[in-house]
Design a protein around this ligand. Structure first.
Ligand code: FAD
Length: 379
């Protein structure tokens, strides 16, 4: 048997790649995972302590079966790896009641969420502004605003999830190369793909390319323009109120513009909360992202987004971190075959909302490349 030839090679071991590698490792195949860094790491799109997950995904009802399956899988990965990945602390979505707000390609995101929850029988409560302020006094919601509370929502720990899936995959026999950037993927025949990685050549029948924002390095030039790399900043601000320990995760549409939005998490350490907004300013490539955050950026965030909306916090930033979104023109995901290399699958651009779906997408990919029926369809 050739030691340089695999059934499947997974390139990029972030959210999507680690999930795919783990799912493939349970199927008795020879598999190789490759990453340019040592995942979990802080250079891609999957770091920063926490990610929100919710079942009524206002982006589109198409995602509901995917996130539901992911919730089942997080539980089984937790029990297999003896780790804690998902904390179902509940989640509140708030609408300022001023103008419908769009999110991740979905117009009227708040109402879409409510409609999806009703359609799929997802447990939830609708709250008026008075009820929001009674239950969650740290949010100064406008009097015409309203809230949607989902008890099954919560947060995931991305680093723990990635590490757990990679460890389990290795335990099941997967080989993993770290600090090895793939430079070229070429088709040799219908059944053989060549992958150049760090001065070495390896071969596979199938390749899953999960390189996140770096996918642009592998796409034909006419396709690259459809992917926007957008720098995001996460802030950890000091809390002065112990209420924050028991807070649900929150998402708050504060206006009609794409950046009129804040989201955040309960306090994990009792002294700070992670809060952020979204930015859609484009950077050409992940390697060109400014990784430092200056005090001016922190102050702007505080003045524009936090000061008059959230209480029990102080204008003191413990730290701020930079991450990035890879956004498609319709803010959906890209999961498709490379038309030039039919057995290579491009799995990237999760447009800022992919983590919650990653466990089930990993399973979907493992089914797809092994010609098994998939649990749901992805258009
Ligand atoms: C600030 C922020 C907040 C977010 N919040 C949420 C949220 O609350 N809920 C939610 O569901 N989603 C959220 N998301 C989106 C979600 O985190 C991403 O969609 C998801 O993590 C993307 O995973 P990925 O596997 O595509 O990319 P990554 O995790 O970045 O993985 C790509 C991997 O490919 C590797 N790689 C790249 N090039 C090469 C190469 N040439 N050779 C080998 N390896 C390579 C990289 O090193 C990296 O490890 C958020 C994203 C950000 C940035």
């Amino acid at each position: 048997m050739r030691v340089d030839k695999f059934d499947v090679i997974v390139i990029g071991l972030g959210a999507m790649g680690s999930a795919a590698l783990y799912q493939l490792s349970k199927r008795g195949l020879s598999i190789l995972g490759i990453d340019r860094f040592d995942p979990p790491h802080a250079m891609g799109s999957s770091h920063g302590e926490t990610r929100i997950t919710r079942l009524a995904v206002g982006e589109s009802p198409d995602y509901v079966p995917i996130v539901k399956r992911s919730h089942e899988l997080w539980k089984s990965i937790e029990s297999e790896s003896k780790t804690e990945i998902f904390t179902p602390c509940g989640g509140i979505l708030m609408d300022s009641g001023k103008a419908p707000w769009a999110k991740h390609g979905s117009e009227g995101f708040f109402q879409n969420t409510v409609n999806i929850a009703r359609k799929y029988g997802i447990d939830h409560q609708i709250l008026n502004a008075r009820q929001v302020s009674e239950k969650y006094p740290n949010f100064l919601l406008e009097s015409e605003g309203s809230g949607y509370f989902e008890p099954t929502a919560g947060y995931l720990k991305p680093d723990v999830a990635i590490r757990a899936q990679l460890d389990l995959a290795k335990k099941n026999g997967a080989l993993v190369f770290i600090h090895k950037p793939v430079t070229k993927i070429s088709k040799l025949s219908e059944e053989e793909i060549e992958v150049n990685v760090g001065g070495q050549t390896v071969y596979a029948r199938r390749v899953i390319n999960c390189t996140g924002g770096w996918i642009k390095d592998f796409l034909p030039s006419e396709k690259k323009g459809s992917f926007k790399i957008c720098r995001q900043i996460l802030h950890w601000v000091e809390v002065t109120d112990k209420n924050w320990i028991h807070s649900p995760v929150f998402m708050w549409g504060i206006g009609a513009g794409p950046e009129d939005f804040i989201y955040g998490f309960p306090s994990l350490d009792g002294r700070s909360i992670k809060v952020a907004t979204e930015s859609f300013l484009e950077v050409d490539h992940p390697d060109g992202i400014e990784r430092d955050v200056n005090r001016e950026e922190q102050q702007k965030f505080w003045n524009e987004k936090i000061e008059y909306r959230i209480t029990g916090v102080k204008n003191h930033f413990f730290k701020s971190e930079v991450c990035f979104y890879t956004v498609t023109t319709d803010a959906r995901f890209m999961i498709q075959r490379n038309p030039e290399i039919q057995n290579e699958y491009w799995v990237s651009a999760c447009s800022g909302h992919g983590f919650k779906h990653s466990a089930a997408i990993g399973e979907y990919l493992a089914d797809l490349v092994t010609d098994k029926p998939t649990k749901f369809t992805i258009g």
